[in-house]
Design a binder for this molecule. Structure first.
Ligand code: BGC
Length: 386
């Protein structure tokens, strides 16, 4: 008897590694339609949670430490900002439970960040084939391998907005065909039942100008139609890594001399106005809005200031309670604590916006951790974190 029992144990132990570790996600495949955040919580991926937990360990103030630990539990998007990050994508994805949705940012176009320097990427203008075969295709393969996990994907922050307003800059003009081809390819290939896509549309201070609304919407619609009008495109993302308030009257820059030329003085008005333009252009017009760092207003010298704004705080936590039908959810997209760009003026990717008076200094390269900035976001969080 004893021997048999032992044998059973041994064979069970041997069998375990063969039967794959049970995946999270749902028992059956996921099909998303409508607002994908309804009834699902944005997943707090362990990539960001680990950065935050390590940062918390450096804090001596116990209430700040508690606030930091609370951030580790807040759902935040994972940025796939290089081909090499795809290696770990599947393991993060498989943490997602059936009552959660995983947020991912697709961000690696050739000639990335054409109107600035801080986030210039690994692929050069013209490397569209590499973007497709070495970046999008492997991501799609991983997602196809996990059809039981719900995913919200933000497609290429800043790219199409740059083609609308910065096409006079050589780098953007040179990037145009690669951006349009690349985004269309991403939309086509990621058009899977368990994925809902949001194409990035900048923010109210960008495509919200009266004269930019229609051209902006037309640019997004052009690329969407080139992709075959994929069913899983739900609309747009706004305020990604941005600072605008959701609803503020008067808006931060509303009384500026040129305020009359922009009616989208907060993101609520932007989502509404740009949403109208999108509907006219034939593009789905629901939105998700990054509220990760928009707690404090009145910090920027100019509306276009985008780099490590000094005095910022963590904003409203992810929720579907937006009060506007067009706005599916407030989400945290930019992981608070990761830099927008280096303040080292001798660095190749130094952008003068990161040296402006309203930018926090010192700051490391885009995406790198800035402990002091993270602590500032905690202190200025609204609502408070813990
Ligand atoms: C950087 C990326 C980074 C992302 C999130 C971007 O500004 O260019 O490298 O992953 O921010 O922090």
């Amino acid at each position: 008897m004893k021997f048999l029992a032992l044998l059973a144990l041994v064979s069970a132990a041997i069998a375990t590694p063969a039967t794959k570790q049970r995946r999270q996600g749902c028992d059956s495949d996921v099909t998303l339609s409508g607002n994908p955040f309804e009834g699902l919580t944005l997943h707090a991926n362990s990539h960001y949670a680990e950065l935050v937990t390590a940062a918390a360990a450096n804090l001596t103030d116990s209430s700040l430490e508690a606030a930091a630990l609370a951030v580790a539990d807040v759902g935040t998007f994972l940025w796939l900002d290089t081909i090499s990050t795809i290696d770990t994508f599947e393991s993060y994805l498989q943490e997602t439970t059936c009552d959660e949705i995983f947020g991912v940012v697709i961000y690696d176009l050739p000639g990335r960040d054409c109107a600035a320097k801080a986030s210039n990427g690994e692929l050069a203008v013209g490397e569209i084939d590499r973007y497709k075969s070495e970046y999008i295709d492997p991501i799609v393969a991983i997602i196809k391998n996990n059809p039981n996990i719900a995913i919200a994907a933000i497609i290429e922050p800043d790219s199409l907005p740059n083609l609308v307003t910065n096409i006079d800059q050589t780098a953007c003009a040179n990037s145009k065909s690669g951006y349009e081809d690349g985004v269309a390819y991403a939309l086509e290939q990621l058009n899977l039942p368990n994925v809902m896509m949001y194409v990035d549309a900048g923010h109210g201070g960008w495509l919200g100008w009266n004269d930019n609304l229609a051209p902006g919407a037309q640019e997004l619609a052009k690329v969407y139609k080139a992709a075959g009008s994929p069913a899983q495109v739900r609309g747009i993302s706004t305020n990604v890594a941005g600072w605008n308030a959701w609803s503020l009257s008067p808006g931060e820059f509303e009384n500026a001399p040129d305020g009359q030329y922009n009616k989208a003085q907060d993101e609520k008005r932007y989502v509404t106005l740009f949403g109208d333009a999108l509907a006219t252009a034939g593009f789905p017009n629901h939105a998700i809005v990054d509220t990760g760092r928009n707690a404090v207003q009145g910090l920027r010298l100019e509306w276009g200031d985008w780099c490590n704004v000094n005095g910022a705080g963590f904003g409203v936590r992810p929720t579907t309670d937006t009060g506007l039908e067009l706005a599916d959810a407030f989400v945290w997209v930019k992981p608070g604590g990761e830099s927008d760009g280096t303040s080292d003026s001798s660095a190749t990717r130094y952008d003068s916006f990161c040296g402006k008076e309203d930018a926090y200094k010192p700051a490391p390269e885009a995406g790198a951790w800035n402990q002091a900035y993270f602590e500032m976001l905690l202190e200025n969080a609204n609502p408070a974190l813990a």
